[in-house]
Design a protein around this ligand. Structure first.
Ligand code: UDP
Ligand code: MG
Length: 310
């Protein structure tokens, strides 16, 4: 059985559309499936819509978070709930085309264990959004050492890969990169990002920046190396400037004015602050991990019908 996991945050208009569309396509292809909606603390009628969809279609089930925990947690919750032999994760705004799901499923049948959806085109976005996403993926690919520029959260994982993912103990997860970190027999499928028909993207430029910083810190220590690199650069500059100052001093001409002093204080001061900030951010993440709080809390769940749990 294929489990399709759909994280949903304020998507009341999309729930029924998504489940109907996926049902239509998978039924036509004779693929046994279940749909697992994860309501990520929506403020609109998303949960009511999920309940209705589940009442209409026995393949549909869902869990409801006690508040908004973010898409990463929602995807993991869906994977933990799912009982399929393979699990697919996709957006419930149908920007990930369900037709591609079939393609992925066929690859899984051929023995692939991790099938990654790769963006052929990015769909309609504002120029600013596209630019910031571009910068984010460049930085991220460097930090993670995996090419992430076309990666998406649209994936199909074999049960073994799902169990491997779920067994990772960390609280702060970055699904997109972890799915390639776990290894396994991997294939990729290209897809065109579709246009959103209802509702709007949950990502502002600011939240994208936060997402970028978080994921770089969560997934790599590259930012800590920045502190060392900055230190080395400043040290080299210090040696050069130091020699120059001494030479001038012994030649009886001290470096003139406060300008140099002010500049030095400003540059070094800000470097120290930034470095402390980076280290602080890592410590913050370590603190979160050490507390060991659950990744999410489930407030409600749709009980599966007996006929379908078998
Ligand atoms: N989503 C979520 N929790 C959040 C934000 C988003 O579960 O806090 C879900 C959302 O419902 C959608 C998917 O993540 O199914 C992608 O969100 P969105 O379409 O806003 O992102 P974009 O496609 O613009 O990258
Ligand atoms: Mg979307």
């Amino acid at each position: 059985m294929l489990s399709v996991i759909l994280p949903a945050y304020n998507e009341e208009k999309m729930i029924r559309k998504a489940s109907a569309r996926i049902d239509e396509i998978l039924t036509a292809e004779r693929i046994d499936y279940e749909i697992v909606f994860v309501n990520d603390g929506s403020k609109d009628g998303t949960w009511e819509e999920i309940t209705k969809a589940a009442a209409e279609n026995p393949h549909v089930t869902g869990v409801c978070f006690s508040r908004n925990f973010g898409k990463e947690s929602a995807m993991l919750a869906g994977l933990a709930e799912a009982s399929g032999d393979c699990c697919a994760v996709m957006d419930c705004d149908l920007q990930h085309p369900p037709e591609t799901l079939v393609e992925m499923y066929r690859l899984w049948e051929q023995g692939y264990e991790v099938i990654e959806g790769v963006k052929r085109t990015r769909g309609k976005e504002s120029a600013l959004h596209r630019a910031s996403a571009g910068l984010f993926y460049k930085m991220l690919s460097k930090a993670v050492k995996i090419d992430m520029s076309r990666a998406s959260d649209f994936k199909l994982l074999d049960r073994r890969a799902v169990d491997a993912l779920l067994s990772l103990p960390e609280r702060n997860v970055f699904f997109r990169a972890l799915s390639s970190w776990i290894g396994f027999k991997t294939a990729s499928v290209e897809f065109d990002v579709q246009e959103r028909t209802e509702g709007e993207s949950k990502w502002s430029t600011w939240s994208l920046i936060q997402y970028a910083v978080r994921n770089i810190v969560v997934f790599s220590t590259a930012a800590l190396q920045f502190v060392t690199m900055a230190g080395i650069v400043v040290f080299i500059a210090a040696v050069i400037l130091g020699i120059e100052t001494l030479v001038r001093y012994f030649m009886g001409r001290a470096v003139e004015g406060f300008t140099t002093v002010i500049l030095l204080i400003l540059i070094i001061g800000s470097l120290v602050m930034i470095s402390l900030g980076i280290i602080g951010y890592y410590i913050g993440k370590i603190y979160e991990e050490v507390k060991g709080r659950p990744r999410y809390l489930i407030a409600r769940k749709i009980e599966r019908r007996a006929a379908h749990t078998a």
